[in-house]
Design a protein around this ligand. Structure first.
Ligand code: ZN
Ligand code: ZN
Length: 156
């Protein structure tokens, strides 16, 4: 059986709709837009952010600096001014006035990084030096026993 011609259109024009009730809903529907995946944030941006944070003193040279902002915890330690936490370089063995590299670390970050690297249990040298390896460039040097203990205490 063929559908009755014209029935549908007659029904549509006959319907009395209150003004503004959206009788043109079909026409008003927005055209489907093609969904384009936004480009993922590259490591470059992340690196730029971390570099900036280092310049501000929010983060030390440690790649996993626990004191700077992280994705999980963008504003850690609100009661602590991270920029005021001292950072130390890794000293030349036997000469604490010179550093073996330009990297500087929060003591807690350094102790933490040394532990991860398997340098955790330290023998204190005769001069009160604790041998460490730079977590960034692997240069071997030392920190003073006092600095090491400060880092250990800060982690506790
Ligand atoms: Zn740090
Ligand atoms: Zn270094």
């Amino acid at each position: 059986m063929a559908p009755l011609p014209g029935h549908g259109s007659r029904a549509r024009t006959r319907a009395a709709q209150p003004a503004g009730a959206g009788t043109d809903a079909e026409n008003a529907a927005p055209p489907k837009r093609e969904w384009v995946l936004p480009p993922p944030p590259g490591p470059t941006l992340q690196q730029r952010v971390e570099k900036r944070e280092r310049e501000l003193g929010l983060r030390c040279s440690d790649v996993s600096c626990g004191l700077g902002p992280t994705d999980d915890d963008p504003e850690p330690a609100l009661d602590v001014d991270v920029t005021k936490i001292p950072q130390v370089g890794i000293h030349r063995l036997g000469n604490n006035e010179q550093d073996v590299c330009d990297h500087r670390f929060h003591l807690a970050c350094l102790v933490s990084a040394e532990r991860v690297a398997g340098w955790g249990d330290k023998d204190v040298g005769e001069n009160g030096e604790v041998e460490v390896s730079c977590p960034v460039c692997r240069a071997v040097g030392c920190v003073t026993k006092q600095e090491w203990d400060e880092g250990v205490a800060a982690l506790a």
